[in-house]
Design a protein around this ligand. Sequence first.
Ligand code: 5AD
Ligand code: SF4
Length: 469
Amino acid sequence: MIRNITEDELNEQQLFSEKVRQHYSECKPESPPLAYIRTYGCQQNVSDSEHMKGMLAEMGFGFTEQPEEADFILFNTCAIREHACDRVFGNVGALKSLKARRPDVLIAVCGCMVQQEHVAAKLKESYSFVGLVFGTHVIHRLPELLLGALQQRKQMTVIPVEDGVIAEGIPVRRDGDFKAWLPIMYGCNNFCTYCIVPYVRGRERSRDPEIILQEAKDLVAAGYKEITLLGQNVNSYGRGATHGVDFAELLRRINAIEGDFTIRFMTSHPKDATPALFDTIAECKKVSRHFHLPVQSGNDRILKEMNRHYTREQYLSLVAYARHVIPEISFTSDIIVGFPGETREEFEDTLSIVKEVGFTSLFTFIYSPRRGTPAAQMPDPVPLEEKTAWLKELTALQEGISGERLARLVGTKQRALIEAQGDGYLEARLPENSVVRVPGDPSLIGRHAIVKINDARSWIMHGEICSVE
Ligand code: 5AD
Ligand code: SF4
């Protein structure tokens, strides 16, 4: 069952929050406690960490980038591929000596990785210096969990297995002041056969449209220039709810908010992205003309084995329709190389779809077996060396396509968000994510500008600011 967290439950957390504050003011009266938070994985995790930082700030914590000086160390983990999990174990393991030197420091591990039973068991057996382990459905209970862990000597583990919760009204401390993540839904019901997400993030559940709209309005009023709507499959927003607001309607309503800002969203699923959605985007001028639409594979048999529910042709005709109604739209994609049983010929279909679509850029992954998923049971005869060679071939192909695309941008003027300062230049990001280096004053960071692209070499574009909005 999916549950909304009640006001009473939130108020209870406020009481715990106060007790944590008291605990530290007694044990460490000279200065506020410090938290170090390390986030792995996707933007949903980044957003969860921003909410945990909000709760920690309410508990009186300051923040540090140095684990050595922290009183509370939190790893918010990702389970999507084995490599992500290995990194977490390596980085957590490296803190054993810190804990031995400073027994008062509390080390916690949370997020998707610990939601898997075997990971929680490993943390219990081999990482006893970790004081707190908690899953994805109890993030809103951080004050209670932290207090509990401070009061007991052995590892505290809280990993309820449930469909998931929606917790509104949690404080948030955002990392950026002009780009914001705005979750519109949580969980996933798609069960792509390779993917662990539906098992660790629970069932799909959408936030109330009015609450999302209010949050978006508050962000715009606070001067945010880019709002990225988050969900594992944003195209199925509102499915099963009684309010009747689907993703297209949500976009229309956010687009109608007065102000100078851009709306982005991720991730889309090709089976649920409809022509009607592209018609809406064509109308909604604040919606970015960039679409992240993971295809995963260009081969129909593999797509079927992946449980993706679309064919190569359906994907291509969706892209063609989108380009028909929004000629300037750009696409990026995720691709999995070496899905169990994939043959060389089937992989070549992925190469050919990449050529045919002409993606701006790709996120490419070698298939990583996830315990408990159907694909992990499938015969997987292709050796890793061969998959690695395929991956290289794919990335080389994409580099050529991206290079040609960048070359075509030379001489054009583009609207970009000035995001950061480099060594003697500013970085202006185009809607599809490519960066242009431009001279300019750092005070322009956080503003939109029209930039002229003067050259593109070795994946770096150089240009100049024509006007600032
Ligand atoms: N192995 C490799 N890549 C994966 N992804 C998801 N699960 C796996 C896996 N088991 C990739 C998909 C998805 C992206 C977020 O991660 O391409 O779109
Ligand atoms: Fe994983 Fe598929 Fe859900 Fe994306 S849509 S999170 S790939 S199961």
